[in-house]
Design a protein around this ligand. Structure first.
Ligand SMILES: Cc1cc2nc3c(=O)[nH]c(=O)nc-3n(C[C@H](O)[C@H](O)[C@H](O)COP(=O)(O)O)c2cc1C
Length: 193
């Protein structure tokens, strides 16, 4: 079995043309180049209903949440591209995090999170590059006992940042994502020797 750190990469957007999905794709490549085994997933492929305690009591954890939970468990690091809605994380991202934090078949809801190392990146067409989203995501992950590295990427004017082939217009952005991905892989390897 590979001894490379396993990093799960996803964006908090379902949108086809999502800027954060583009950013996540580049970040996954950077994580691989930094020596990780990176799995890029699209939350659109994991449709989960809005958290509702009654639904949970009736039907348990939704099947796609269970699948995502398994993915979290089989990876040691998280690389999250977090879009910004009204100064915070998207409801999609929060809903996903919330469902996965529920106890499942007698296992603690902290299990998918404990011991994980995470890096946050975010893209927005605005001038601040989803910085408030990341500022809100950090304490959520910390609350779930995830170790969030200090380095992050906030990609502003992101609607102008990508070429048609999905690569960056400005090489400096690639450098910033590379730095964060390298640090995440390094820290994930340290925490999971
Ligand atoms: C309800 C809503 C609220 C938004 N609020 C913000 C915001 O507070 N700050 C910001 O920079 N962009 C905001 N945006 C713009 C999003 O950052 C933009 O739509 C972005 O492209 C979404 O990410 P995605 O491209 O990955 O889907 C908002 C968009 C929506 C739909």
């Amino acid at each position: 079995m590979s001894t490379k750190p396993r990093i799960l990469v996803f964006a908090g957007s379902a949108r086809e043309g999502s800027l954060n999905k583009k950013l996540a794709r580049i970040a996954a490549t950077c994580a691989r180049e930094a020596g990780a085994e990176a799995t890029l997933v699209d939350l659109r492929d994991y449709p989960i209903p809005l958290y509702d305690g009654d639904l949970e009591e009736r039907e348990g954890m939704p099947p796609f949440a269970v699948k995502l939970r398994e993915l979290f468990l089989s990876h040691q690091g998280l690389l999250i591209a977090s879009p910004e809605n009204n100064g915070s994380v998207t409801s999609l991202l929060k809903n996903t995090i919330d469902w996965l934090s529920r106890d499942y078949q007698g296992r603690s809801g902290l299990e998918p999170y404990s011991g994980k190392v995470a890096a946050m990146i975010g893209a927005s067409p605005g001038g601040f590059g989803a910085i408030s989203s990341l500022a809100n995501l950090r304490p959520i992950l910390t609350k779930l006992t995830v170790l969030v590295i200090p380095e992050q990427v906030t990609l502003s004017k992101a609607h102008q940042a990508f070429k048609d082939d999905g690569t960056f217009v400005d090489e400096r952005n690639l450098k910033a994502v590379t730095t964060v991905a390298r640090r995440l892989v390094e820290m994930t390897a340290k925490v999971n020797p």
